[in-house]
Design a protein around this ligand. Structure first.
Ligand SMILES: *Cc1c(COP(=O)(O)O)cnc(C)c1O
Length: 389
C-alpha cells in the first residue's frame, strides 16, 4: 500500500518537535546539533527571537491580500535587496524553483522583445535549479529527468569548469547562461573568480544574459551577502530563496532594469508570492544578514570551522579526502560512501546533508556559536573514528 505521504523522499527516521539556535529536539527528547539548517534555510537558527517577533507581529495584522493590491512589506524588502545588490527590480516567489521559472521566462522574453528571439539556455553538469519541468531540463541529470519527457526544449549542459566547451558554446544565439557560483547539491563546488569573470565577458560579447542561482550559496552563506561578490562582477538576473526567509517559504528574482524589460503587466504572476507574512520575515532576515559586521563574523567562523575540518580530514584519511567551500557553505569529500558518513553523524546526534560527488555538506546557521562549532568538530571526529573501527 502506498504511504499516506507520497514516498518521493528518502527520509531518516528522526522527527523533531522543537528547535533553538543550532539545536533540535527530537520526539524522544534527545538533542541534535544541526549542521544542515533545513538545507541552508534556517539562516539565523531555529526559533530566532527576532524572526519570531517579526512573524508574530505581522501575523496579528495581515497575512495575505494578493498582488491585486500594493503590498508595502514587499516594497520594503525589494528596496532592501536593491540597496545591497546589482538589481533594479525584484519579483517575489515562494521557492527557488519558482524563481528559476521566472528567470528563464524573463531571459527569453528579453530577447523576444528586442526583436530577435533566442531560446537556448546553457547550464552546467552537476547543477541543481529545482524540480519543475524547466528546472530539471536545465539540469539534464538522468536521475532527475528520466521518465518525465518530453523535456522542455532549449537547454544544454556543459561540463563544470570546461572553458573550451564554454567558449565554443556561447554564441549570438545564446539566450542565457545559468550557473550557481558555488554548486550546492552538486557537492559544494566553487567556480573560481576568474571563471565567473570570463563568463561575464563571454555573455557580454554575445548579448546573452547571465543568470546566477544563489538560492543556496547566497544570503550571507559565503561570507559576502551574495557569493558572486567575491569575483567583483554582477549577473543580469539572480535567483534567491532558502536563507532569505529564515525558514518561512520565500524566494525572489532580482534583475537589472534592462534584463527585466520584457516582464510587463500580465506576463507573470503568483497568488502567494510576496505575501505580507513572508516579506515581513524576509525584511528582518535582510536587516540582520546584510550587515558588514555580521558577514565578517560568517567569514571568521567559516575559516575557523574549515581549519578544524582540515585537521579532521588529516586525522581520518580513510574516511575523508578534502574540505571544500567557503564561509559557512562547506563540504567534506568522503572516501567512504557519504550516506554512511551521514548515518555515523546521526549516531553522534549531528545532522549533516549528503550531496553529489560523494560529499557531505555542512550548512549551519550563519549565527552558529563558536562553542557549537567546537562541539560539531568533536562529534564529527567521534563519527569518523566509529567508521574506522
Ligand atoms: C534548493 C535549490 C533550488 C530549488 O529551491 P526550492 O525552494 O526547493 O524550489 C534551486 N537552486 C538551488 C541552487 C538550490 O539549492
Amino acid at each position: 500500500m502506498i504511504p499516506t505521504v507520497l514516498p518521493t523522499y528518502t527520509r531518516a527516521p528522526m522527527a523533531f518537535v522543537s528547535g533553538e539556535g543550532s539545536w533540535l529536539t527530537a520526539e524522544d527528547g534527545s538533542r541534535y546539533l544541526d549542521l544542515g539548517a533545513g538545507i541552508a534555510v534556517n539562516a539565523l537558527g531555529h526559533a530566532n527571537p527576532e524572526l519570531v517577533a517579526a512573524l508574530t507581529e505581522q501575523a496579528q495584522k495581515l497575512w495575505h491580500v494578493s498582488n491585486l493590491y500594493r503590498i508595502p512589506e514587499q516594497e520594503q524588502l525589494a528596496e532592501q535587496l536593491i540597496d545591497k545588490t546589482f538589481a533594479d527590480t525584484v519579483f517575489f516567489t515562494n521557492s527557488g524553483t519558482e524563481a528559476c521559472e521566472l528567470a528563464f521566462k524573463m531571459a527569453r522574453k528579453y530577447h523576444y522583445d528586442k526583436g530577435a528571439p533566442r531560446s537556448e539556455i546553457i547550464a552546467f553538469e552537476g547543477a541543481f535549479h529545482g524540480r519543475s519541468t524547466a528546472a530539471i531540463a536545465a539540469s539534464g541529470a538522468e536521475k532527475m529527468v528520466k521518465g518525465f519527457g518530453p523535456l522542455m526544449p532549449g537547454f544544454r549542459q556543459l561540463p563544470f569548469g570546461d572553458h573550451a566547451a564554454l567558449n565554443a558554446s556561447v554564441t549570438d544565439q545564446t539566450c542565457a547562461v545559468i550557473i550557481e557560483p558555488i554548486q550546492g547539491e552538486g557537492g559544494i563546488r566553487t567556480l573560481p573568480d576568474a571563471c565567473l569573470k570570463g563568463l561575464r565577458d563571454l555573455c557580454d560579447q554575445h548579448g546573452a544574459l547571465l543568470i546566477f542561482d544563489e538560492v543556496q550559496c547566497g544570503m550571507g552563506r559565503s561570507g559576502k551577502l551574495f557569493a558572486h561578490e567575491w569575483a567583483g562582477i554582477t549577473p543580469d538576473i539572480m535567483m534567491v530563496a532558502k536563507g532569505i526567509g529564515g525558514g518561512f517559504p520565500l524566494g525572489a528574482v532580482l534583475a537589472t532594469e534592462d534584463a527585466a524589460s520584457g516582464m510587463t503587466a500580465g506576463t507573470h504572476g503568483s497568488t502567494y508570492g510576496g505575501n505580507p507574512l513572508a516579506c515581513a520575515v524576509g525584511a528582518k532576515v535582510m536587516e540582520i544578514v546584510a550587515d558588514d559586521a555580521f558577514l565578517a563574523e560568517v567569514g571568521r567562523k567559516g575559516a575557523m570551522f574549515q581549519q578544524g575540518l582540515a585537521s579532521l580530514v588529516a586525522r581520518h584519511p580513510a574516511v575523508y579526502e578534502t574540505v571544500r567551500g567557503q564561509g559557512l557553505i562547506l563540504g567534506l569529500k568522503c572516501k567512504l560512501p557519504n550516506t554512511e558518513v551521514v548515518k555515523a553523524n546521526y549516531a553522534q546526534h549531528l545532522l549533516t546533508v549528503p550531496a553529489a560527488d560523494n560529499v557531505i555538506r555542512l550548512l549551519p546557521a550563519l549565527n552558529i556559536l563558536e562553542a557549537d562549532i567546537a562541539e560539531a568538530l568533536a562529534r564529527l571526529d567521534l563519527a569518523a573514528t566509529s567508521l574506522e573501527a
